[in-house]
Design a protein around this ligand. Sequence first.
Ligand code: FAD
Ligand code: DLZ
Length: 510
Amino acid sequence: MPKLCLILGDQLSLSLSAVQMLDKDSDHIMLAELYTESHYVKHNKLKIALIFSAMRHFAQQLREAGYYVEYYAYENTKDQFSSFSDVVKHQLTQHSYEQLICTEPGEYRVIKEMQSWHHDLPIDIIIEPDNRFFFSLAQMHSWFAERKVPRMEHFYQFARKQTGLLMEDNKPLGGRFNFDKENRHAWQANTPLPPTCTHQQDKITQDVLKIVEQEFSDFPGKLERFNFAVTRQQALVALAHFISHKLPQFGQFQDALSDKNNTLFHSLIASYINIGLLLPQEVCQAAIEAYQDEKAPLNAVEGFVRQILGWREYVRGLYWHAGESYKEKNALNATTPLPSWFWTSKTQMRCVSQAISHSLDDAYAHHIQRLMIIGNFSLLAGLDVKQVCDWYLAVYIDAFEWVELPNTLGMALYADDGLLASKPYAASANYINKMGDHCASCRYNPKLVTGAKACPFNALYWDFIQRHESKFAHNPRMALMVKQWQKKDVSDQKAIVQWATSLIEKLDQV
Ligand code: FAD
Ligand code: DLZ
């Protein structure tokens, strides 16, 4: 009897563990486009289109490679099947199978559903570990379990030593593990921007775009902006484009913000790695080869490798190690409802409006926009943690819970009480003004703290320090800011708190 293999929309790799267990000549593979998967948050239309098109192309690739594939297209599933369980049950009525094989998914919600099949389905179920990371979950669990304060920087050094990447004689290349200090430049227009990498749309993608426009018309996203790789071949082109045109400047401008350009020297490949079109190992290897061929400097290559070998692996380990209850954390009791402009981008704060409009329209914002603009505002204003996390999961092309949640709840919102970050990523307008040019065309003044012209980030920043004064006074990295707050005149403190309170009361109009 054949085996049946279920492949999810973010598992589109021929080297996937579940696929490795199959016999091409006899076993079957199934993929399903589902209403539930596209509705558990209001996903960006671009993200749904990317996933459906990449799934359809992957099915084609599997068939060309000789596999038998059952493909459940959205047009056929939407009124009939409401979950993976439903389609799997249906497929089990179509043939007799010996075993159902899956690769572990990237979310508690889905692993729980798969685990329920052990008693709900009349078939032997195998859930294989996901082999598309540098480290297995078992390795990550033991790394986290062995540490009281499991910081990314320590994990990264461990990962460099374990993999040997950018190492020579067991020492880091260039004498340091981290070249971050060289990576904090604002971008000036005299450094030319890289060209855009464009991807042709074939009939499969055009059909998907029509379906998504028809079925998800009230979801965020502008489908006319669709310019994504939907096959492994196209994703390899996107990677090569990044390596030749952006990697050399990636490090230098990694933290920069610009009013004129939304992507700067960022790679735009997170979604391709997350859905399986690219593997993290080959991506790091390509960057390291550019360094070896003297096409990119060490600070850029190290900075890039750190994001993938360091941050990406670390947040995945943290998501699974922290457990399902991580999602419920709200250490700073942040409960202010999301202002309506999170869904329209109509705020007068130029930096926030730009970051949100790109997030909604293009399903993309770079790391500093996510962390220091939208995340920072959410942190300072005490926006509801669950609402913010759901927003991030919905709008970004690369958002899957295992990677989105630690980044949003832990890194941006400090809602895990410092499990991920040693201090909150909180900053006033001064930081935003230093790292970019948004303030020059904003109606608010970054130097003012109170009053109608004052940038809201300033009063909200001090009010945030004040609201959490007792907690932050014990954090060595925050104590200085608490002292600065305490040194302010009582009348200034009162005016700042009053102004911040009035801003929070009318966030929709800020
Ligand atoms: P680049 O800036 O070119 O970085 C290179 C690669 O490094 C990325 O493609 C990605 O694979 C990896 N990477 C960089 N930073 C991180 C990180 N902190 N965690 C994991 N991988 C990282 N990344 C996601 O993939 N999905 C998410 O849902 C997501 N949500 C985020 C939410 C918040 C609040 C923050 C602060 C960050 C989030 N990130 C997320 C991390 C990071 O912002 C994105 O990976 C990056 O912006 C994607 O754009 P890029 O491909 O151009 O990345
Ligand atoms: C995100 C997503 C969407 C929008 N649609 C589908 C789908 O129709 N079918 C599918 O198999 N996967 C989809 N996905 C990805 C899943 O939500 C993802 O596999 C889980 O969240 C686990 O990471």
